[in-house]
Design a protein around this ligand. Structure first.
Ligand SMILES: NC(=O)c1ccc[n+]([C@@H]2O[C@H](COP(=O)([O-])OP(=O)(O)OC[C@H]3O[C@@H](n4cnc5c(N)ncnc54)[C@H](O)[C@@H]3O)[C@@H](O)[C@H]2O)c1
Length: 254
């Protein structure tokens, strides 16, 4: 029970990596707030956890809207009294070349992946301060530090999450708030499949090619990101802040 009696907020907890994090945190003793824009999938995650004997609640959230983030934090504190862990995970997958991307595309990807993460950090920080600290896990990507064809807006936003992580770790360390990031490689999720479809690729062939890129010759599972998120969120990582853990089956070592 590495998160015994903790309260964790996971943005985008209705799908893929976010759902796996919600389920793993619950198994480790945390109450979980599934903070999701999609009511149906968010509720599914809550039902899975509660059926399994855990304690979860759905709070509808649009990370791009600071009022929605404020309401999510207020509602969470009313129901669960405090917040100990924030996982920033919600994403807009906006791909394309710099010539393809419209101004609206740039605004959407940065509003969700960068400003959305910052909105949540800004809003939970006063709650963390009141209780003497907290842990923030930002889900970045290997896309933060490698180039991929026709991935410009998404990769630029993930690079920005790296600097958001380092700079907020610096500013919040004196409040005993740790801020770390995970850089997943290719992970089997609904979101990743949709990206391949949007790029005009056959999803089965695309997944096979992605699997070949990893030394382990397979894609990762959402649960394999959840276990690293658990480590960073917990006291096991008590001397870690401002850092990144790459979880990609060795795909980016060379
Ligand atoms: N799947 C991969 O291969 C992969 C690789 C590297 C990094 N990542 C990162 O992992 C994270 C999760 O990715 P995934 O593949 O599980 O995605 P996913 O699309 O399966 O899930 C993302 C969730 O975020 C929610 N969401 C989207 N916009 C939101 C908003 N404005 N407010 C609140 N919730 C919102 C969606 O409804 C969805 O449930 C993302 O940050 C992504 O960049 C994924």
């Amino acid at each position: 029970m590495r998160l015994h009696e903790k309260v964790s907020v996971v943005t985008g907890g209705g799908s893929g990596i976010g759902r796996a994090i919600c389920q793993r945190f619950s198994k480790e003793g945390s109450s979980v707030i599934v903070a999701e824009i999609n009511e149906e999938t968010g509720q599914e995650t809550v039902d899975l956890i509660n059926k399994d004997g855990g304690s979860a609640a759905l709070v509808l959230l649009d990370v791009t809207d600071i009022n929605s983030v404020n309401e999510m934090v207020s509602e969470t504190c009313e129901r669960f009294k405090t917040i100990d862990v924030l996982v920033n995970n919600a994403v807009a997958f906006v791909m394309g070349t710099v010539e393809d991307a419209s101004e609206e595309d740039w605004i959407r990807v940065f509003k969700t992946n960068v400003i959305g993460y910052a909105n949540c950090i800004k809003t939970v920080t006063p709650v963390f301060r009141k209780t003497g600290g907290g842990s923030i896990v930002n889900i970045a990507s290997v896309s933060a530090f490698i180039a991929q064809p026709k991935f410009v807006p998404y990769n630029a936003s993930k690079g920005a999450i790296s600097q958001l992580t380092r700079c907020t770790a610096l500013d919040l360390a004196s409040d005993n708030i740790r801020v770390n990031a995970i850089c997943p490689g290719s992970i089997e999720t609904a979101g990743a499949t949709q990206v391949n479809i949007d790029l005009g690729l056959d999803p089965v062939a695309a997944n096979k090619a992605l699997a070949e890129e990893a030394l382990m010759k397979r894609m990762g599972k959402p649960e394999e990101i959840a276990s690293v998120a658990l480590f960073l969120a917990s006291e096991d990582a008590s001397f870690m802040t401002g850092t990144h853990i790459v979880v990609d089956g060795g795909a980016t070592i060379d």
